[in-house]
Design a protein around this ligand. Structure first.
Ligand code: PLP
Length: 392
């Protein structure tokens, strides 16, 4: 009897999330309002628990995607035409496209083959007099080398916006991503991320001016948000437009999911960590390079479990994915590096040989199923299919 298809990713939505959404629907307030605010406050409290004691308060601003959050962050930092933003080629296009929204140019750089994260030396080599910001990505949930990146930023007077779409919760030096010394950190709650609101994102910053600008630009450049406007005790028809803003607010329906997903974030991480450890143990004998591990005691969110075929593997990556699919197992590739996509390649005349580590990894990598609803039996099934494909 053939087994049911094992998807690459699945969200875990519980009864509490569902009850909170129903409560929102019945409340009469379905767009940005009390639940979005509660989600922001809960998120700030969550990060503060993982922050250095006594550090400046963290403010969180809910948005309808991480892409929106990255856009708002760069806008608030004053990035615009003529500026350059450095990010990794080994990411989703959102990390880079937001700079283009603002008319800034993107300098894509290579990764460290040991961590698959942006290489600090490559950042340093890409800096020009036009460089304004660095956007590191915590690839797969493994923290990027933030001490080195922040040091480069300080020496060159650059802003740092962390793309933490994969990194909830991940730590570096025992501190949660989102609490380190960058200007802004942005999280994603897209359907396949470690917690989800369907679509959604969160901006975290310790800079009150950045927070204020993001809030204004999140909703049309209005100087108060819609909930204030409609629930204030004073006559509230009056508002002022102070900038040509965007429509990036998170609905209360989505925030209702986020409130309960966030409460489960550490439990989700533990489950993912257990599944990743089981993969590590069972895959040790196969011709695969296993995912880079964090230092002892650090949290890895395990958004992705990425393996690379070694050069003596008997089949290639594409054939391997086909065989796994035929065995009823979904896989993916993270990512087709930006330098290979027509837009980025042609816009900046990029060549694969300028990104040897990303290119090498890309040709050999695949992301195995990893999500909280998986069982140990599911992991065994994936490993058995890999064993059959790779060893016969
Ligand atoms: C998912 C993702 C994003 C975009 O997140 P959205 O919430 O879908 O906008 C940005 N960067 C990376 C690295 C991602 O994986």
């Amino acid at each position: 009897m053939s087994q049911p298809f094992l998807p690459f990713a699945l969200p875990e939505i519980g009864d509490e999330e569902i009850a909170e959404v129903v409560d929102t629907l019945k409340s009469g307030w379905v767009t940005t309002g009390p639940k979005a605010r509660r989600f922001e406050q809960d998120f700030a409290a969550f990060l503060t628990e993982g922050a250095e004691p006594g550090a400046a308060p963290i403010e969180c601003i809910a948005v309808n995607s991480a892409t929106a959050g990255l856009h708002l962050a760069l806008e608030a930092l004053g990035i615009g035409a003529g500026d350059e933003v450095i990010t990794t080629t080994h990411t989703f296009t959102a990390s880079a496209e937001v700079a283009r929204y603002l008319g800034a140019d993107v300098k894509l750089v290579d990764i460290d083959p040991a961590t698959l994260n942006i290489h600090p030396a490559a950042i340093e080599a890409a800096i020009t007099p036009r460089t304004k910001a660095i956007v590191p990505v915590h690839y797969a949930g493994l923290a990027a080398d933030m001490p080195a990146i922040l040091d480069i930023a300080r020496r060159h007077g650059l802003k740092v916006v962390e793309d933490a779409a994969h990194a909830l919760p991940s730590t570096l030096g025992g501190r949660l991503i989102g609490t380190l010394g960058s200007d802004v950190t942005v999280f994603s709650f897209y359907a396949n991320k470690t917690i989800t609101t369907g679509e959604g994102g969160m901006i975290a910053t310790r800079d009150p001016a950045i927070a204020a600008r993001c809030k204004v630009m999140r909703l049309h450049g209005i100087n108060r948000d819609a909930f204030d406007r409609f629930t204030a005790k004073v006559p509230s028809w009056y508002y002022e437009i102070v900038a040509p803003g965007f429509k990036y607010n998170l609905t209360d329906i989505a925030a209702a999911l986020g409130i309960h997903q966030l409460r489960r974030a550490h439990a989700f991480q533990e489950k993912r960590d257990e599944l990743a450890s089981l993969y590590n143990e069972l895959l040790a004998e196969l011709p695969l390079i296993l995912p880079p591990m964090p230092a002892l005691g650090e949290l890895h969110s395990w958004h992705l479990y990425v393996v690379r075929l070694t050069d003596h593997a008997r089949i290639g990556r594409d054939a391997l994915i086909e065989q796994l699919y035929a065995a009823g197992i979904g896989c993916s590739v993270h990512y087709i590096p930006l330098h290979l996509h027509p837009y980025w390649r042609e816009r900046y005349a990029l060549r694969a040989e300028d990104f040897p580590h990303s290119q090498h990894a890309y040709e050999r990598m695949l992301s195995l199923p990893l999500y909280t609803r998986m069982t140990a039996d599911d992991v065994h099934r994936v490993v058995q299919a890999l064993r059959t494909a790779l060893l016969g």
